[in-house]
Design a protein around this ligand. Structure first.
Ligand code: 4AD
Ligand code: MG
Length: 430
């Protein structure tokens, strides 16, 4: 027997179908049982009539628990009253795996659902998000592959920091100590001297000590690095990349966005050109429109990023942050050395920073000074400085937080729902 998915059966629309899946809902009356079956593609109402099946099958139908797995054969037809517009009249049904009383019910707290994430993943809500997530990563790959970038895999265990020592996760490494990667960047920079244009999608770790709806301790970063690229070209690149990702999700996931209650007209506006401004211009806007007086040299916090996002319905590209507060590899702008040749992309609708990137400093002395300022020993970066010694070239790169982008596109309340099994300061189970 060949089985169809629920979606394939609905596309067929009539005749006999063979399905297998899980009991999503079940309600029985005297002679009828209404079973809503789910699989990875959709849900569908199945009607079981006592008169047309065996007594054993009827017994089964009346004792089925939520999430029991079954296979069935029946006739499908359109029915406007059914939850997804089709109904199956069941001819035979067979139990594959019984289910105990399913612990997930309506109106349970977010924490309880997180404790039971291994089961809550089966919900239509989570299934929809996980499909969008897969497409976000696929669209990232597709975008760079079309531009002939080569995929690269960085080491996860690394000897140094790259994005500040305070968020490092140390790991005992035989008799030494190493760290879980904060970014593949330093290794990407080594790789571009071989492959010129590369991208990577990798797990990333940050010991974020505060509890926010935007920070995970383990997340996936999608990064790129390109030889010969400058900041202006990097701005164009992130604009095209985000446009491509949103367009792919809109093309492939109308159904999922509907399940999530996402207003797609908001996403349809994500087309070039994106607004661009410098950090200084952002401060001026916050002062003029919000009465916020932020001194030059202070990083933008969540509250400021949120306020800025209210003025635009597209991602906002902010460049030229103060050099002083930037990571050691972000170069000073020769035209204005107190600022760095870098960018952050701030998502609309208060979703915060989704991409961070920069040109890379080519001045080893300047980088050593910045490292010392951060309490780092430049000796530990000698291999990295070699890259500036043997045929250095201007280059740039960025990193996109996969979960931040998924949270924004799906309009999630919390970034934790953008990853299957979230890890935060408070949570490392299940
Ligand atoms: O801005 P970040 O720290 O940039 C880098 O790590 C660069 N080395 C990337 C590069 O140029 N190759 O991080 C990049 C993005 C942020 O913009 C944000 O979207 C996401 O990663 N991110 C987080 N997402 C979830 N939880 C966290 N704790 C995150 N920290 C950063
Ligand atoms: Mg950043």
């Amino acid at each position: 027997m060949t089985f169809q998915s629920i979606q394939e059966a609905m596309n067929k629309g009539s005749g006999t179908v063979h399905l297998r899946g899980w009991v999503y809902r079940i309600r029985t009356s005297k002679k009828l049982a209404f079973l809503v079956l789910r699989d990875s593609t959709n849900i569908i109402q199945c009607v079981i009539e006592q008169n047309t099946i065996t007594p054993q099958e009827w017994d089964l139908a009346t004792t089925l628990q939520i999430e029991a797995s079954v296979q069935l054969t029946g006739t499908i037809k359109e029915d406007k009253r059914a939850p997804t517009g089709y109904e199956i009249h069941v001819n035979t049904i067979e139990l594959i795996g019984e289910s105990d009383q399913y612990p997930i019910q309506k109106d349970q707290s977010p924490e309880w659902l997180l404790d039971n994430r291994h089961l809550w993943l089966r919900s239509r809500h989570m299934v929809a998000i996980m499909k969008v997530r897969a497409t976000v990563m696929d669209a990232f790959r597709e975008y760079y592959q079309k531009k002939e970038y080569t995929e690269f895999t960085p080491p996860i265990l690394q000897p140094t920091q790259c994005e500040g020592g305070s968020t490092l996760f140390p790991v005992k490494y035989y008799d030494d100590e190493v760290y879980l990667t904060q970014t593949g960047q330093l290794y990407s920079e080594a790789m571009i001297f071989a492959l010129e244009k590369i991208f990577l999608i990798s797990p990333t770790f940050r010991a974020e000590k505060s509890k926010t709806s935007r920070h995970l301790s383990e997340f996936w970063m999608a990064e790129m690095e390109a030889a010969w690229m400058n900041l202006d070209e990097l701005c164009d690149d992130v604009e095209q990349l985000l446009t491509h990702i949103v367009a792919r999700v809109l093309k492939d996931h109308k159904k999922e966005l509907t399940i999530l209650g996402r207003d797609t007209t908001v996403l349809e506006k994500i087309v070039p050109p994106f607004p661009r401004m410098t950090y200084k211009e952002a401060l001026a806007l916050l002062k003029e429109k919000e009465g916020l007086d932020i001194p030059f040299g202070k990083d933008l916090r969540t509250i400021e990023e949120n306020k800025l996002s209210h003025y635009f319905d597209k991602p906002l590209i902010i460049t030229h942050y103060p050099k002083e507060i930037m990571a050691f590899y972000k170069p000073a702008d020769p035209k204005n050395p107190s600022t760095a040749l870098c960018l952050d992309v701030i998502a609309p609708e208060e979703y915060g920073e989704i991409i961070g990137g920069s040109q890379r400093d080519l001045d080893v002395e300047q980088m050593k000074q910045a490292l010392r300022h951060d309490g780092e020993d430049p000796k530990n970066y000698s291999w990295y400085f070699d890259l500036r010694k043997y045929g250095s070239v201007p280059h740039s790169g960025h990193g996109m937080g996969v979960e931040r982008v998924v949270a924004w596109i799906c309009k999630l309340d919390n970034i934790k729902d953008a990853i299957p099994f979230p890890r935060t300061i408070k949570r490392f189970t299940p």
